[in-house]
Design a protein around this ligand. Sequence first.
Ligand code: PGA
Length: 250
Amino acid sequence: MIRPVIAGNWKMNKTIAEAVDFATRLREALGSRDDREVIIAPPFTALQAVAEALRGSPIRLAAQNLHEAEKGAYTGEVSAAMLSEAGCACVIVGHSERRTLFGEGNERINRKLQATLTEGLQPIFCVGETLAEREAGRMPAVIEGQLKEGLNHLTADDIGETVIAYEPVWAIGTGRTASPGQAQEVHRLIRDWLGQQYGAGRAAETAILYGGSVTPKNISELMTQPDINGALVGGASLDVATFMEIIQYQ
Ligand code: PGA
């Protein structure tokens, strides 16, 4: 049984002071509850301060992106080792906003996944099709291509350290969520693919999160689906009370 994972992707929101305040209040609200794995992904600038605010709590800290190189002349970029030192346990890799707004392709994302794993951090690897791809009947090919190229060179042990997030691009920030059935279909496809590549055991143990307009209203129904193991939440993760409602879904 995979413990449900609820991860909050804050994107480019919250100052350091706001982030610390959020983390402090979330920690208090969560108490000793440990049947849900909770992750928050603040912007780079707030990571270290949030790590301090979360010290000793079960809430895990994630970065939203990284650079694949160890160090060097990459102005404006941040390495896996820097994130680890700042207190991160996880990194979101391959988010659709990185793919579309910042031109990250599968090969680059693959190098980022390898850098994340080499540093001992847990990747939250995002895949998802656009509306045009879905409407053209290309969803399965797009998802499989992202998995195949994104996970290239990764071993079964690496997969054991990796969380996957299915985020249909047409559902991100649009208020238009995939129906539980639509999401389940893709989660099943991802798990079947993982099973073929890495064995059924690994596939069954891999947490596959759904992301795209998740709210307190739709989380319970999404989580009834057998292959949905959690959620990657954007907009609804910015308010402690709303995020707590999602964490506490029944
Ligand atoms: P959203 O974002 O919940 O605001 O749709 C999800 C994401 O981009 O991870």
